[in-house]
Design a protein. Structure first.
Length: 402
């Protein structure tokens, strides 16, 4: 049994007789066919490329939080984190094709129970569970099998036509195909890097584990974090990047560690945008992303820089204003600074929400704000933050509006 509130490596998470299950309340695996607004690449591509860039680090790489509960014994039911865990599991499976590493083998299957049973189990639908079992046995562990590519997998005798209608399976195939090509390039260029990547995934990637006790609490947490079963959101991909590597030992504020302090903030933000989402939205992501875009535009605006008239010469803030594409990580090099800035704007947004006219006209809309609307809201957001306005009846605030 794992202890709530402690960090675990992937090797520890997939250890002993633990079987990691994706319960039926979860959504489909979707990272391979979901693309980032910031660079147009899939979330799998960005995730794997980020890991490759970190292969030489000496310290651990904190990948955020995992919410789960154990039921029955040794069956860990994931409430949040399945996209990251599934991607890491698939990456280890593909890497096993390059290096028949005994430590990877222990993570892929349950050797003490049966070499036929993958450690990762999908209870979302029977077809996903059957496919993943065959993928591990027939592709990852079978040296005489097909290559882990799209064409190789779908042409196998064990691949059924019904798999074409399973979104999780289709995303898994695309993810495996990308990983195989990416790892092949690394093997050709620098074979030792494959060993470094394996060491990173097994021993340096860590998660902070939180025990949700049982399914009831797990479902409540799932609703807050993941809402209605749509594909995992872009902000959920940003989360581990900003919370990763935060220290879970040094006390920061309010007797909380750095990780716990900022993780609590992040959950507060997600819950706020869930409670205030537009009626046309099924998730909190669109509102949260739009809020981060506002921050990016404000923070990347240089008053000494002349706006460009040609779209080819647009400044970074102009690009975010016109196309909506941005990378919130670019507002500062320091993660703590980024998170603190988001919190400052968040507190100001909570203030603006109490202004009924502003809320009705500019907040929680069904579409991103137009440029004209941004010109109306963003100066007010910056003003209220800069002057630490605490009440919308404040005289300076009313003067600014009128």
């Amino acid at each position: 049994m794992m202890n709530s509130g402690e960090n675990y490596t992937i090797a520890e998470f997939f250890s002993n007789d633990f079987q990691i299950s994706i319960p039926d309340m979860q959504r489909d695996y979707c990272w391979a066919l979901t693309h980032s607004d910031s660079n147009g690449k899939s979330l799998v591509e960005n995730f794997i490329n980020d890991l490759i860039e970190q292969k030489d680090i000496d310290d651990t790489l904190q990948m955020g939080l995992l919410y789960a509960y154990e039921s029955p014994k040794n069956h860990v039911q994931l409430c949040d984190g399945q996209q990251r865990i599934t991607t890491l599991y698939l990456a280890l499976g593909v890497l096993y094709k390059f290096r028949e590493n005994a430590d990877i083998l222990k993570l892929l299957i349950l050797p003490a129970i049966s070499p036929e049973i993958p450690r990762l189990q999908y209870a979302i639908r029977e077809s996903t569970l059957t496919f993943l079992t065959d993928l591990v046995r027939e592709v990852f562990l079978n040296n005489q099998s097909c290559e882990p590519t799209t064409s190789g997998i779908v042409n196998e005798d064990w691949y059924f036509n019904e798999y074409n209608n399973d979104p999780s399976i289709q995303n898994i195939i695309v993810a495996v195909d990308f990983m195989h090509k990416r790892f092949t390039d690394i093997e050709d260029e620098e074979p030792e890097s494959i060993n470094k990547l394996i060491d990173l995934l097994l021993n340096k990637v860590t998660f902070l584990y939180f025990d949700m006790v049982n399914r009831t609490y797990g479902e409540e947490q799932f609703v807050v974090l993941n809402t209605t079963g749509k594909p995992l959101t872009v902000t959920e991909n940003i989360k581990p990047k900003l919370l990763g590597n935060l220290d879970d030992h040094i006390n920061l504020k309010n007797k909380k560690t750095q990780l716990r302090y900022y993780a609590d903030h992040w959950e507060e933000w997600e819950l706020f945008f869930w409670k205030n989402k537009n009626n046309k939205h099924n998730t909190a992501d669109k509102g949260f992303r739009e809020f981060l875009r506002w921050i990016y535009i404000i923070e990347k605006t240089d008053l000494n820089e002349t706006p460009k008239s040609s779209s080819k010469e647009y400044t970074e803030s102009q690009k975010a204003l016109s196309s909506g594409k941005y990378n919130i990580e670019a507002i500062a090099q320091n993660k703590y600074h980024i998170l603190d800035v988001i919190q400052e704007y968040f507190e100001t947004l909570e203030l603006l929400k109490t202004d009924k006219q502003i809320k009705k006209k500019l907040l929680f809309t069904d579409k991103p704000l137009s440029q004209i609307q941004c010109f109306e809201l963003l100066p007010l957001l910056l003003f209220a933050k800069a002057f630490q306005i605490k009440d919308v009846d404040n005289l300076d605030y009313r003067r600014f509006i009128f």
